[in-house]
Design a protein around this ligand. Structure first.
Ligand code: ZN
Length: 279
């Protein structure tokens, strides 16, 4: 999971550009509410450290439809915005969903759901590139209705990258390695941060999805070690796995599922012994 870099395009200008290309009545209605939209963008920016305090303006009827259509009705200014959000990200992670670190970032999540907050339908800071699966699982999830706390990590703002909170242990079932992922609260993570992390992983079903995807990596890594490391020893194989974990960490950061999986493999004596067996 890497932090996202915000688009540098002026969000209010983008809104006006989209309003300008809409047909007459719709364009006029959008221009009439533009000052309110501009004000709501300012409130969003002032509240970005904890968006759970945000309340929808409450647009209804045609105005709500018009605002949602700014995103749903594809226009050149919108396409430019979406392309700029993607191109603002570092090349190695540009095409990858940072909610999960697995899927292709081929959709955009509205951090504050579009149906509840149509005023942020085309606000760049509210648009996060992500995969179909994460987008579907997140759906309209925003805050916990009982506690009023955010449930999904904000990739533009939350500083959770440096702490290691994802762990994996490898166990065997019928002689087949299985990776079991878990979350751990280390000393650098506050209770409220850990609540947010747990909720994020639970809502997006990440631990289960990592587990399913890991079987392919476990099998490929084992076969790659058997093929490419000529003189196998416990230490040589462990070193290979740790070097691969570090290479992936440099690209994807600490809590990427593949980084911890390689560390898990390096910590599993049975996995390494199996790699050392001659075919
Ligand atoms: Zn995803």
């Amino acid at each position: 999971m890497k932090k996202l870099v915000p688009s540098s395009l002026d969000p209010y200008q983008v809104f006006n550009d989209i309003a300008s290309v809409k047909r007459l009545e719709k364009g006029e209605r959008l221009k009439r509410i533009a000052p309110e939209i501009c004000n709501s963008y300012k409130i969003y920016c002032n509240s970005i450290s904890d968006l759970s305090v945000m309340y929808p303006i409450g647009f209804t009827g045609l105005e709500k439809e018009d605002l949602e259509d700014c995103y749903l009705g594809k226009t050149n200014p919108l396409n430019r915005l979406l392309a700029d959000i993607i191109e603002s990200q570092a090349l190695p992670i540009r095409s990858q969903c940072q909610y999960c670190g697995m899927g292709s970032a081929n959709t955009f999540d509205h951090y504050l759901p579009r149906s509840i907050f149509p005023e942020f339908a085309v606000f760049s800071l509210n648009l996060l590139p992500c995969c179909d699966t994460c987008n579907k699982h997140k759906s309209n999830v925003f805050i916990n209705n009982l506690e009023g706390k955010r449930q999904i990590i904000n990739l533009y703002y939350d500083n959770l990258i440096s702490e290691c909170y994802l762990n994996v242990s490898i166990y065997y079932k019928d002689d087949v390695p299985i990776a079991e992922y878990s979350l751990v609260q280390t000393s650098g993570i506050s209770d409220s941060q850990f609540c947010l992390i747990k909720s994020h992983y639970s809502k997006l079903k990440l631990l289960e999805r990592f587990r399913k995807r890991s079987s392919e990596v476990l099998s490929e890594t084992q076969s790659s070690i058997k093929t490419h490391i000529k003189t196998k020893s416990i230490e040589r194989v462990r070193q290979f796995l740790l070097e691969e974990a570090q290479r992936l960490r440099d690209i994807f950061s600490n809590n990427h599922w593949k980084v911890v999986l390689h560390e898990g493999m390096a910590n599993s004596s049975k996995f390494i012994e199996d790699c050392c067996l001659t075919q």
